[in-house]
Design a protein around this ligand. Sequence first.
Ligand code: FES
Length: 118
Amino acid sequence: MPDAHRIPAADLPPGTVGRAGPWAVVNRDGRYAAVSRRCRHQLADLSEGSLDKDGCLVCPWHGARYDVRTGAMVAGPRGFLAYKGPTPGYTGLVRAYASVLKLRVRRALRRGDDVVVE
Ligand code: FES
């Protein structure tokens, strides 16, 4: 599979997020998943995000949370541009359009020493 995007499994221990080409790849306690890397809010690189205790992918800029199984934004951003903090109406607005415009989702599987995005 010459065009597959991959990441060494050693670089993706449980509870972490990594990058494989255009995909943010997560390891949720041994289960891998991949979503498109650009946050639906202001395009932050989600491969630099983190996983929370619920297994959601958290954007590194304003904390929007994504369900990596569906690509849906399950909690809107807290802030915009350089501001980080509560923005109740705005947060709801972003979440509303993100519910229509989900992240793309791909399967990610362990193959030998790598995790491969299909
Ligand atoms: S860019 Fe992701 S929450 Fe703002």
